[in-house]
Ligand binder design. Sequence first.
Ligand code: GLN
Length: 483
Amino acid sequence: MEDLKDLTIKSFGEGLREKKFSAMEATLAYFENIKKMDPSLGAYLHLMEESAATQAEKIDLALQNGEELGPLAGVPMAIKDNILIKGHPATAASKMLKDYVASYDASVINNLKRSGAVFLGKTNMDEFAMGSSTENSAFRLTRNPRDMERVPGGSSGGSAAAVAGDLALAALGSDTGGSIRQPAALCGVVGLKSTYGTVSRSGLIAMASSLDQIGPITKTVSDAAQVFMAIQGSDPLDNTNAGIAYDPKEILEPSLEKVKKLRVGVPKEFMVDGLEDKVRSGIEQAVEKIKSLGVEVKTISLPNAKYALSTYYIIMPAEVSSNLARFDGIRYGARDDENKKQSLLDIYLSERGRGFGAETKRRIILGTFVLSSGYYDAYYEKAQRVRALMRKDLDEAFKEVDVIIGPTTPTTAFKIGEKTSDPLSMYLSDIFTIPANMAEIPAISIPVEKFKEGELPVGFQLMGRRFREADILSLGQYYEKLN
Ligand code: GLN
């Protein structure tokens, strides 16, 4: 088996088909790395060694028999623990679900199985995907493989750490306000959140349903494009699914001619004070490189972007409070025997009190408040109106440009414990990623340059029009050829 560091989905597929290694050898090589590294890294919550071996065996057999292989045949993948895989735990990193075993496959898992992917295990995350550092996990700490004193970002921190640390070749995360892109940026890998409604949410443990999307975390943009094509598609089990048919050629084999015609905008509101110097110079560097492709870049304005964070922290908790109502010790959540004699209200109070962590409780309380009678109009309804304004802002901008570029995060990876006692400073991590969720548009975080030992990675973000994943993915694929 060659060095896992050099593998991408593309080179993996070639190596497997040229019989340089088998799917089983690859799977075992990743587990060997996991055994060595994960006790200190903390990327995984559950390993799936037996089922992974069975999946890899099947791929090797198909290969021997000359059968046609799926596009992700044998690719060892890590799955965020809020995505259901039948017969395996799905805890969403909450004590509330510590004994829960999924009774069905999420639609994305069905799609990946059809593509031939092998699942290595379930990754750590912030409880119910709420957080920006993975420190809100009820079970373990995840470290950033680029600097073990620092957080990997969140909430898909385990998935990003697994890919950056070569404990998986690719991973799935979920993104409600930045949870794929922010950890990807902090760990120096690629993370894509596609247009709302392109990837089925069936089998994703819901956080805020009008914002949640599942997406890939990978080492390269071209790998992200591969995984995106495998997981997207119409699904009768998700009634918000848009049923768009993407042209695989446009996404997987982009043309430089088309990329050169893209017009790119930098929102002046994104290059603000408070941006870490290293991030600012990283973005300037990315813009220069994009210009060197022959692409036109100009300054644009998103006047309402400044409201993104405050409206998100009204809409998101409102949806959280209703989605998490089902975790009550009866429908979901295991009950202690001694609790069985209690009244219904006592059960709710004791189970929800015991099962949820502090951040989850904070958001349920906030959400219940903004939805309560008398406050609904002042908060929730108003926030929905501002969300519409933000969408309009972006529609206007996309009349002038095809792609918007900016930072993914205001800072590089911060130290473990640095922001845990100050929720507001933690919330600020998502200031640049939230607009894409609010406007339902696709956005990707890409490392500015190849990782250099001893330096913290910086990611830049590309946002595109709804359903124009092709624009950001094709520009990204040509960008990474320059690296
Ligand atoms: N970090 C953001 C939050 O805490 C985003 C979470 C997410 O995208 N799941 O809400």
